[in-house]
Design a protein around this ligand. Structure first.
Ligand code: PGA
Length: 271
């Protein structure tokens, strides 16, 4: 895991934008995974600005979102599809037919989940998946106790998640109790992962994800075994990391390491 610690939320979004831009422009990634929630909003605003500056073109990019509430149609203002339309997809040149979501009104949860997995696989897999993290360490809607090998599935939302999400609904009883979500295994299959977290409320979950044991009790901890995960967090979210100094030391030292190696090769007559 690469851990990048920034001073504040704005810097987290700016750093994440540069990483997304590199993935789209340098690595030519065509299949991206997006997440909802408050955390990626600032990144989405940066992506919209980048698109308006002419830096990004989404005309041949396809997307998969991580999860969707059960029981809400796509045009419902609290659906994740609506969230993505309002905050990103409606503001860039992505083709509607290239946007993929779970159908929250499916007549078969099992068939819907199987179809989602098949569609992702048929497109060669997700190249870059953006993630947030829940206070209970969930990624997607994979609550504590979910198998780290799970594929797309229906989820019974935990009390903490319902409480966190209530702020978006007029009353508690309106919050859907179930959702469809990519599984932890589905997320682990993504080629690269970019996880964002900001604020002190996420500090325990971030510490468990990065330094805790790999456990279903914090599904984000599975990412310790993912070969290409970058975590971009602010100081508040990093505040409970025991090895913060080490993470900060390693975050940006790739070029420095090569400079050092080149100098050493020169010193020993190899360059
Ligand atoms: P948040 O949600 O960004 O709204 O905090 C994150 C998550 O639950 O994954």
């Amino acid at each position: 895991m690469k851990v990048i610690v920034k001073d504040n939320e704005k810097q987290v979004a700016e750093t994440a934008y540069l990483l997304v831009k590199d993935a789209i422009i340098d690595r030519q990634y065509k299949v991206l995974g997006f997440a909802t929630g408050s955390t990626p909003l600032a990144l989405y605003a940066e992506i919209v600005k980048g698109f308006q500056r002419g830096e990004l073109d989404f005309s041949d990019i396809s997307t998969f979102n991580l999860d969707e509430y059960l029981g809400l149609p796509p045009e419902h203002p609290m659906s994740y599809r609506f969230f993505m339309e309002s905050n990103l997809f409606g503001k860039i040149n992505i083709k509607p037919s290239n946007i993929h979501f779970f159908d929250g009104l499916t007549d078969s949860v099992e068939a819907e989940c199987d179809d989602y997995e098949d569609l992702i696989a048929s497109m060669g897999g997700i190249k870059l998946q953006i993630l947030g993290i829940g206070r209970d360490g969930h990624i997607g809607f994979n609550e504590p106790g979910t198998s780290l090998e799970s594929r797309s599935h229906y989820v019974t939302l935990a009390k903490e998640t319902l409480a966190d999400n209530q702020r978006f609904f007029s009353k508690a009883s309106d919050v859907p109790r179930w959702a469809l979500s990519m599984g932890v295994g589905t997320i682990m299959d993504c080629q690269e992962i970019l996880l964002l977290a900001t604020g002190e409320k996420k500090a325990d979950a971030v510490a468990a994800m990065i330094e805790g044991p790999i456990s279903t009790m914090c599904t984000a901890s599975a990412l310790q075994n993912h070969p290409a995960t970058t975590v971009v967090i602010d100081k508040a979210a990093a505040s409970k990391l025991k090895r913060l100094d080490y993470w900060m030391q390693t975050a940006d030292d790739y070029n420095e390491m090569y400079d050092y190696l080149l100098a050493a090769r020169h010193r020993y007559g190899l360059e």
